[in-house]
Design a protein around this ligand. Structure first.
Ligand code: NCD
Ligand code: ZN
Ligand code: ZN
Length: 350
């Protein structure tokens, strides 16, 4: 039941612990959509070519800071794209110098721009050992890529075949399972009491696989990991509203132009930056757990990343339906904004 009596909610300013900002014209167009509400974001490194070294991260961060809208206070937290050639000492230096907050593991071929990702996990073990030693988190796209594994099973199979063995070999490594989509992942994180957390996206709290496929194919709901059946969505909502510090927001807002999405082989990714906070307030309100929103968006993430929560606040006000653009224009083409399929009533006051 919704919290009918609550019509205004002030929370610490949120952070986004998984975000794609892209580069160039796209970066300039999408960055303000995040900085309007969020204070910090873990910025994904899957550019072409990827952000691999400390030097790449410094340059990318400079481009992000140069694209910030006038007056915005926003801190990009940079990540390094783990390859089989990554130098452990470069990672150590990057973390200790405050250049890179985390390292990102893409199994090769798992998702958008992951061709340089890891095939042989033994090859990256020295990097993971350094990270364990210095307490630097590893963000993981947790899907196997074997073509014989059903796409809806790729996350649970990753947990069994990759994550569990990896955690045995490097038990002190601090891991974030990114954009979890299954009850299996929620259970695994909940049953693990050390060095493991998970981000949950806005869209996976709202859509299930029917939204993508029933009544006609909806490319704007296609992302990876692909949304699963309804029971899994419900498990994600339960985890998000539980207040359990191991679960926090990573929107995975992943802009692609409409021409890139609407084609025979369309790109994976959903652009949720413009309306994420309104969507989340709606989800938490519908569950009668608005009081847990702040933990999910503003407290649990900093705690895992060992950073202080933001001091400033945002206020959400319930009212008439929120208007937001159906798409934003970029020099590369229009980018469609996530449509949750219901009216949003929570306005973020600026
Ligand atoms: N989530 C997605 O469907 N796409 C992301 C990559 C990713 O996070 O896997 C992207 O970069 O477009
Ligand atoms: Zn991913
Ligand atoms: Zn992502």
């Amino acid at each position: 039941m919704p919290d009918r009596k609550i019509t205004s909610l002030t929370i610490r300013r949120p952070d986004d612990w998984h975000l794609h900002l892209r580069d160039g014209a796209m970066l300039r167009a999408v960055l303000p959509e995040t900085t309007r509400h969020f204070a910090r974001a873990i910025v994904m490194p899957n550019l072409v070519p990827p952000v691999v070294t400390a030097n790449d991260a410094v340059k990318y961060r400079t481009r992000i800071l140069a694209a910030l809208p006038e007056g915005a206070t926003f801190t990009p937290l940079m990540t390094l794209y783990l390859t089989e050639e990554t130098d452990p000492e470069d990672v150590r230096t990057a973390h200790q110098a405050g250049i890179a907050t985390a390292v990102k593991l893409y199994p090769a071929g798992a998702t958008t721009n992951s061709a340089s990702g890891v095939r042989d996990f033994e090859k990256v073990r020295p990097v993971l050992e350094v990270m364990a030693e210095i307490g630097m988190p590893l963000c993981v796209h947790g899907e196997v890529t074997d073509s014989d594994i059903d796409i809806f099973d790729r996350e649970p199979v990753f947990i069994d075949k990759v994550l569990k063995p990896l955690r045995k070999k490097v038990p002190d490594l601090r891991i974030v399972m990114e954009h979890v989509t299954t009850q299996d992942a929620v259970d695994y994180v909940r049953d693990t009491h050390k060095n493991l957390a998970a981000t949950i996206t806005t869209h996976h709290l709202i859509i299930n696989r029917n939204h993508i496929l029933a009544g006609g194919i909806k490319p704007h709901y296609y992302c990876l990991p692909v949304a699963k059946r309804e029971a899994h969505r419900v498990a994600l909502v339960q985890a998000a509203i539980s207040g359990d510090p191991r679960f926090f927001l990573g929107t995975d807002s992943a802009p692609h132009t409409d021409p890139a999405k609407l084609q025979t082989c369309g790109c994976a990714g959903i652009f949720t930056a413009p309306n994420t906070m309104s969507c989340l307030a709606e989800v938490f309100d519908a569950a009668g757990q608005l009081k847990k929103l702040e933990a999910f968006t503003s407290l649990n993430g900093p705690k895992f990343y060992r950073l202080p929560p933001n001091e400033d606040t945002i206020t959400l006000q319930k009212g008439d339906p929120v208007s937001y653009p159906a798409h934003i224009d970029t020099e590369d083409g229009p980018v469609t904004v996530f449509d949750p399929g219901f009216d949003l009533h929570w306005h973020v006051q600026s």
